[in-house]
Ligand binder design. Structure first.
Ligand SMILES: CC(C)(COP(=O)(O)OP(=O)(O)OC[C@H]1O[C@@H](n2cnc3c(N)ncnc32)[C@H](O)[C@@H]1OP(=O)(O)O)[C@@H](O)C(=O)NCCC(=O)NCCS
Length: 171
């Protein structure tokens, strides 16, 4: 099995379609990647296209995970536009295709994200986790530590507000 994580600087139609399918499948399998199920690829398309636009502007980088050449997951590295915040970035949408989860690929994806971030000279990374998911354990195993929680930041449904955990990792 050949696993690779590459930074993507341009997204063509084929890759756009693969990313959309991945994001929808991961969401509908219960993943916390910005939406709640059920979603369709059409629901997510405007959000993915906005990411792609920022990628083409150099404001975001897609870290693409491939296994034997097939798209197995991705994450987005969001660079700050502020001149005072050029030494770190936020990681968003970390996801591995549902049928491939639990086999070490999430760790491989994040190791690749860290390598891409280091190559760009970044000193640390920031990310958020939806409260109640337990996902912080995944990131703690990768060197992240929690530094704060924002109560009620995520409204998964009317009357169901969740806190958001903020984590950071020095590179
Ligand atoms: C979270 C996710 C990226 C992890 O990828 P994965 O391939 O399943 O994880 P790995 O097999 O690489 O696991 C690495 C380690 O993290 C732990 N881990 C993985 N998912 C976990 C979870 N949901 N909760 C707690 N620990 C977890 C594993 O037990 C493993 O620990 P070990 O090294 O002690 O054995 C993947 O499950 C996923 O895409 N989930 C849905 C999307 C999502 O919710 N993303 C998080 C956004 S904040």
């Amino acid at each position: 099995m050949h696993t690779e994580v590459c930074p993507v600087g341009a997204v063509d139609d084929e890759l756009r379609s693969q990313l959309l399918t991945c994001w929808a499948d991961v969401t509908n399998a219960g993943g916390s990647v910005g939406f709640v199920p059920p979603v369709t690829e059409a629901d997510l398309a405007p959000y993915l296209d906005a990411v792609v636009e920022r990628v083409h502007q150099g404001r975001e980088v897609i870290a693409l995970l491939r296994v034997d050449g097939e798209v197995a997951g991705f994450a987005v590295l969001s660079l700050s536009v502020s001149p005072l915040r050029r030494h770190w970035a936020t990681v968003l949408r970390v996801q591995v295709r549902p049928e491939r989860q639990g086999a070490g690929l999430g760790r491989a994806l994040m190791t690749g994200v860290h390598a891409i971030a280091r190559e760009r000279g970044l000193e640390f990374l920031h990310l958020t986790v939806r409260g109640g998911t337990g996902l912080e354990a995944f990131y703690q195993g990768l060197g992240y530590r929690e530094f704060g929680r924002m109560p009620g930041a995520i409204r998964v449904a009317p009357g169901d507000d969740r806190e958001e955990l903020h984590l950071t990792c020095r590179l």
